[in-house]
Design a protein. Structure first.
Length: 296
C-alpha cells in the first residue's frame, strides 16, 4: 500500500472532490463538479475506475466521471437520489435511494443497461470481485441485498439489525460485515458478522452511537461512530472492540493505510489523520460535508 499517495473525498454540500496529498497531508486541489455553479449536485459516493473518479450524486440524480489527468467531467442522469456506486466488468452499479434499485450503467457505451431491485433506501454498495458478489445495505428495510455479478440475478435479501448503513465482505471472502447503525434509537450500534456459507449471524460486536461507515482490512475493522465523535477499532477474529479513539464532530468516511487512519468529519468539514499506534491526530480543512472517500 506504499504507493497509495492521494486520497479523494467527495463533499456533498460543496459539490466538489478534495484531492489530498497523503505524503504532505495537504489538500492539493478542489475539483468542482459543476464549474458554472448553476445547480446542486451532492456527491455522496465515490469510486476510482482506471484513471477516472466516479461519484454518485444524490441531489441531481446523476453520476459524474472525472478524468484525473485533465479534470474533464462527464455527467449522466442515472436515477433518483444516487447514494453510492461501485464498478465491475466496466459497468457502474449505482444505488438509487428513492427508487430502491441498482442501476447498471455501461461505462464504455455510456448508457443504462438494466435496473436490479433491492431493499428500501439503499445506502451503500460494495462489490467483492473475489466472490463476484454485489452487496447493498438497505437502511429502511433493515436488510442487505446480495446480487450475483455474473448473472445480475440470484438476488437474496437477508434481514439484519436496525438501519444498516454499510455492508462489506471480508478480504478472505468468508464473511459479511454489516454496520447496524440503530440511528435514532437509545441503544448503540453494532457490527454483525455473517457467514457467507449459510448466512447465519456468527456474532455482533457493539460499537458507538450511530455508526455509519467502516473499513475492513483483514483482521481489523475500523468504524466511524457518527453520533458520538469516535472511531472504534475491532478485532474481527476475536469478536471484540479493542480500542476507541476520540475524534470529535461527526465522523463519517473512514479509510486506512499502513500507518494512519483517515476520517472525514461531517460536522466541522475536516479530514483527520490518526496514527493507529500513538493516536496522534492532525486535521486539515476540506469541503463541506465530506462523505465518500477513496485512495488512488
Amino acid at each position: 500500500m506504499k504507493n497509495l499517495r492521494n486520497l479523494y473525498i467527495c463533499s456533498t454540500s460543496s459539490d466538489c472532490i478534495s484531492n489530498v496529498n497523503l505524503d504532505l497531508f495537504v489538500e492539493e486541489e478542489k475539483i468542482y463538479l459543476d464549474k458554472q455553479n448553476l445547480k446542486r449536485i451532492g456527491p455522496h459516493g465515490i469510486y476510482v475506475y482506471e484513471n477516472k473518479i466516479l461519484t454518485a450524486n444524490s441531489y441531481d440524480n446523476s453520476i459524474s466521471i472525472v478524468n484525473t489527468n485533465n479534470h474533464e467531467i462527464e455527467t449522466y442522469f442515472v436515477g433518483m437520489h444516487c447514494n453510492d456506486l461501485s464498478v465491475y466488468d466496466n459497468k457502474a452499479y449505482v444505488i438509487c435511494g428513492d427508487s430502491d434499485d441498482i442501476i447498471v450503467f455501461d461505462l464504455e457505451k455510456k448508457n443504462i443497461v438494466e435496473a436490479i431491485p433491492c431493499g428500501n433506501s439503499p445506502h451503500s454498495i460494495y462489490i467483492c470481485k473475489k466472490k463476484e458478489l454485489i452487496i447493498v445495505a438497505n437502511m429502511n428495510s433493515d436488510s442487505i441485498t446480495l446480487v450475483d455479478c455474473a448473472q445480475n440475478g440470484s438476488i437474496k435479501e437477508i434481514r439484519v439489525g436496525a438501519y444498516p448503513t454499510k455492508a462489506v465482505i471480508t478480504p478472505d471472502g468468508n464473511y459479511i460485515l454489516v454496520c447496524e447503525s440503530n440511528i435514532g434509537m437509545n441503544n448503540k450500534g453494532c457490527i454483525s458478522i455473517i457467514s457467507l456459507k449459510n448466512y447465519n449471524v456468527l456474532n455482533k460486536i457493539p460499537v458507538g452511537n450511530s455508526p455509519v461507515d467502516m473499513y475492513c482490512s483483514g483482521k481489523y475493522c475500523y468504524v466511524s461512530n457518527f453520533g458520538e465523535g469516535t472511531v472504534s477499532i475491532l478485532d474481527i477474529n476475536n469478536y471484540k472492540e479493542i480500542k476507541k479513539i476520540e475524534v470529535g464532530g461527526m465522523p463519517r468516511g473512514i479509510m486506512e493505510d499502513e500507518k494512519y487512519l483517515y476520517v472525514g468529519d461531517n460536522y466541522n468539514n475536516l479530514l483527520f489523520r490518526i496514527d493507529k499506534v500513538t493516536e496522534n491526530k492532525k486535521a486539515i480543512s476540506i469541503g463541506a460535508e465530506p462523505t465518500g472517500m477513496t485512495l488512488l
